[in-house]
Design a protein around this ligand. Structure first.
Ligand code: MF3
Ligand code: CO
Length: 249
């Protein structure tokens, strides 16, 4: 069942989302060659605790960290680790913030030092594809319109859309209906209704879309070794159009 949120519930989720957005801005300041994703994870824990919030991913299904940190060919659910980032890497930091019981989820990809033109294009296209999905998130449209907007754009730019991981409804639990694929057909799927809150979180690869699971049982990476990027926002469907609860603007 889809839990439609009241204006008040959306307001509370936005408070969580704003802490998350500020945390991403802080990460953007520190990402550089020579720091580790474990350092970023610790910074996130401190930032959230300073703001009276908690990292929802920690302890979720036995996951051990506040963030997921996915480097280069890792698509999602990478473990923060001591290995140092180097110039040319791209890294996606994904986190879910709990503030007074309200949740928000947002992932952001970062360039480390100087990255290749191709990697830069991947970051730009992936971010733009997220906003194309958000623009399609209008009352009366269907879930398929969101995926279609993302897929047609990303594929026209020569990249591929990951199929195995999709956006999801959120609040009061982390993953709830509806499912939000980042590919699909226009005018197909559930109709969008006022009060729906869900994530849109396209993972886009330079090469082919299939992924494989690491032996740690969590981390997915591209089968062909190509780079993968991801941008994610939590959005609310309202009469005035989609509201980005995790907006960094
Ligand atoms: N933020 C992730 C998502 O969008 C949650 C990953 S679950 C974790 O679904 F346990 F790995 F953190
Ligand atoms: Co997420």
């Amino acid at each position: 069942m889809i839990h439609l949120k009241t204006e008040r519930e959306i307001e509370l989720m936005k408070e969580a989302g704003q802490i998350l957005a500020e945390c991403h801005k802080e990460i953007a300041q520190v990402v550089q060659p020579g720091i580790s994703t474990l350092y970023i994870d610790e910074l996130v824990e401190k930032f959230l605790s300073k703001h009276g919030a908690t990292p929802e991913q920690k302890g979720y299904k036995g996951y051990k960290y506040a963030t997921c940190a996915s480097i280069n060919d890792e698509i999602c659910h990478g473990f923060p680790r001591e290995e140092l980032l180097k110039s040319g890497d791209i890294v996606t930091i994904d986190m879910v913030v709990n503030y007074n019981g309200a949740l928000a989820d947002s992932a952001w990809s970062y360039a480390v030092g100087n990255v290749s033109d191709e990697a830069n294009k991947l970051l730009e296209v992936t971010k733009t594809s997220l906003y194309k999905g958000i623009e399609a998130s209008l009352i009366g449209n269907r879930i398929g319109d969101i995926g279609h907007a993302i897929q047609t754009y990303a594929e026209a730019e020569g990249f591929s859309v990951v199929r195995e991981f999709i956006g999801h409804g959120i609040g009061p639990t982390l993953h709830e209906p509806p499912e939000v694929p980042h590919y699909g057909l226009p005018n197909k799927g559930l109709r969008l209704k006022e009060g729906m809150v869900f994530t849109i979180e396209p993972m886009i690869n330079i090469g082919a879309w299939p992924s494989q699971m690491d032996s740690n049982g969590w981390t997915a990476r591209t089968v062909d070794g190509s780079l993968s990027a991801q941008y994610e926002h939590t959005i609310a469907i309202t009469k005035d159009g989609p509201i980005i609860l995790t907006s960094q603007d």
